[in-house]
Ligand binder design. Structure first.
Ligand SMILES: Cc1ncc(COP(=O)(O)O)c(C=O)c1O
Ligand SMILES: N[C@@H](CCCC[NH3+])C(=O)O
Length: 414
C-alpha cells in the first residue's frame, strides 16, 4: 500500500490532495505522511519484536518536531549526532533514556548536556573522545554509559560519500584496535561500558554487508566476555537503503529479521537499530511549481521554484529522485532537465525527465522525506520551504515557510 497515490486525477498524500496543499500552503513545500512513517517504524520494530531491542530512529534523516513526535508516540528511541538533535528529541516528547549519541566530534558542552539529560549511551569513536567523556563525567560526579563504534572494515558498496565502515573513513575504531580500546575504556574511572556499535554506510541495498559486520562484532563481544568485559547491547547502526528508482533493497522486515536471526542464543544482548532513510525517505515528497519552460540549444529546461538549496541530494550526489506531475495531463511528453532558480550549473532536481507539463503545473519529487529539508539552506537568500504533515484527511503545518525577514534575523549592520 502506498500512501502517496493518484486519486481523482491528482496525487494525494493519504486522503489529502497535493494540489490542495500547494494552493493552501504554497510551493516549494515538503509533505510527509504520518501513516507511512508509522508503517515503516513498525516494520522494523515488529520484525525484531521477539528479541530484546530498541529502534533508535536516526534524527539526522528528518529532524522536524512533527516527525519526531509521531515516532516518540510509538515509543521510539533516537540516534542523535549533536546537542541540537538531543534538544529536538526532548522538545518533541522523546525519552532521553532511549537516546544514543553518535558522531566523531562531540564537544564538552554536548557531552555535559547529554549526561544532564540522562541519555542511554554515547557511541564513542576514538580514544581522545573516551578520555573527554570520562573527564566531563568525573567533573559531574557521574558515570557515563558508553559503547565503542567499531569500524568492521566491510565494504558497504554504496556511494563513496556515504560509506562509513571502511578503514579509509573517519568513523569509528579499527576492528583490530577494538579489544585494546575496550580495555582502556574499562580502566577509566567514570565510564561504564554498555555496548558495542557500528554503522557501515547509508543506502545499502544488500543484506550481506550488514550480516558480515554483525558477525565480526559478535566475535569481538565473545573475546571481551573472556576478558570479563560484558556488553549489554549491540547497536548495528542504520543504513538500510530505499527504492528511489530501480534499486531493490531488502524490505525492513527481511533486514531486521536477518539481524535478529544472528542474535539467536544471545537473549541477554539488546539489539539496537538506527534506521533513518528507510523510515523517512518514502514518507515524504517535495511539491514544486513549474515557473517557465525554456528551450535551450541542446536541452529543454523546466525551471521550477524548488532548487538545490531546498533539496541538495541531486546536486551533491547525483542522486535520482522520481519527478511526477501532481495532476497528469493528456498529451505528448518532452524531455526536460528540471532545474531550480539558483545560480549554479549544478542546480538541478532531475535530468532528462519525460514530462507533459505547462507553466504553473505542480510537480512532486518523491522520496524526499529523508535528507531533504534537513539539508536545506538559505543559499541565494531563498527562504526555506514549509513542511506539512498529513494524517488521514488532516493537514498540519509542522514548520512554517520562512519569510524574507527571517533571512537576516541573526545579522547586524555596521
Ligand atoms: C551513526 C549513524 N546511524 C544511523 C544513520 C542513519 O543512516 P540511514 O539514514 O542510512 O539509515 C547514520 C547515517 O548514515 C549514521 O551515521
Ligand atoms: N545525506 C546523505 C546520507 C548521509 C548519511 C549520514 N550518516 C544522503 O542524502 O543520501
Amino acid at each position: 500500500m502506498d500512501f502517496f497515490e493518484y486519486k481523482n486525477g491528482a496525487m494525494h498524500a493519504e486522503d489529502v490532495s497535493l494540489s490542495d496543499v500547494a494552493h493552501s500552503h504554497g510551493t516549494p513545500c515538503y509533505v510527509y505522511s504520518r501513516a507511512t512513517l508509522e508503517r515503516h517504524w513498525h516494520a522494523f520494530n515488529d520484525a525484531v519484536s521477539a528479541h530484546k531491542h530498541l529502534i533508535c530512529y536516526a534524527v539526522k534523516a528528518n529532524s522536524n518536531l512533527g516527525v519526531l513526535s509521531v515516532l516518540a508516540k510509538l515509543g521510539s528511541g533516537f540516534d542523535i549526532v549533536s546537542g541540537g538533535e538531543l534538544m529536538r528529541v526532548i522538545a518533541a516528547g522523546g525519552d532521553p533514556a532511549k537516546v544514543v549519541f553518535s558522531g566523531v566530534g562531540k564537544t564538552h558542552t554536548e557531552i555535559r548536556l547529554a549526561l544532564e539529560k540522562g541519555i542511554k549511551c554515547f557511541n564513542v569513536e576514538s580514544i581522545p573522545e573516551l578520555e573527554r567523556i570520562n573527564e566531563v563525567a568525573q567533573s559531574m560526579n557521574v558515570k557515563a554509559p558508553i559503547s565503542l563504534r567499531i569500524n568492521p572494515d566491510v565494504d558497504a558498496k554504496t556511494h563513496p560519500y556515504i560509506s562509513t565502515g571502511l578503514k579509509a573513513n573517519k568513523f569509528g575504531i579499527a576492528h583490530e584496535d577494538a579489544i585494546k580500546t575496550y580495555t582502556a575504556a574499562n580502566a577509566l574511572s567514570h565510564l561504564e561500558i554498555k555496548g558495542m556499535d557500528c554503522h557501515i554506510g547509508s543506502q545499502l541495498t544488500d543484506i550481506a554487508p550488514f550480516v558480515d559486520a554483525l558477525q565480526r562484532l559478535l566475535g569481538l563481544i565473545d573475546e571481551l566476555a573472556a576478558l570479563g568485559i560484558h556488553i549489554e547491547h549491540l547497536d548495528v547502526g542504520g543504513g538500510l537503503g530505499v527504492k528511489y528508482n530501480d534499486e531493490t533493497p531488502p524490505h525492513p522486515k527481511e533486514y531486521a529479521a536477518a539481524m535478529a536471526e544472528k542474535m539467536k542464543g544471545r537473549e541477554h544482548l539488546t539489539l539496537i537499530l538506527e534506521p533513518g532513510r528507510a523510515i523517512a525517505a518514502n514518507a515524504g515528497v517535495l511539491i514544486t511549481k513549474v515557473e517557465f519552460l525554456k528551450q535551450g540549444e541542446e536541452k529543454n529546461f523546466a525551471i521550477v521554484d524548488a532548487a538545490m538549496n531546498d533539496l541538495i541530494r541531486p546536486a551533491l550526489y547525483s542522486a535520482w529522485q522520481k519527478i511526477e506531475p501532481v495532476t497528469p495531463r493528456e498529451g505528448n511528453s518532452a524531455i526536460y532537465d528540471v532545474v531550480g532558480p539558483v545560480c549554479e550549473t549544478g542546480d538541478f532536481i532531475g535530468k532528462d525527465r519525460a514530462l507533459c507539463i505547462m507553466p504553473d503545473d505542480l510537480l512532486v519529487v518523491r522520496s524526499a522525506g529523508a535528507y531533504g529539508f534537513v539539508m536545506a539552506s538559505n543559499y541565494n537568500s531563498r527562504c526555506r520551504p514549509a513542511e506539512i504533515m498529513v494524517d488521514g484527511s488532516n493537514v498540519h503545518v509542522v514548520r512554517e515557510r520562512e519569510v524574507l525577514s527571517d533571512l537576516w534575523k541573526h545579522e547586524h549592520t555596521l
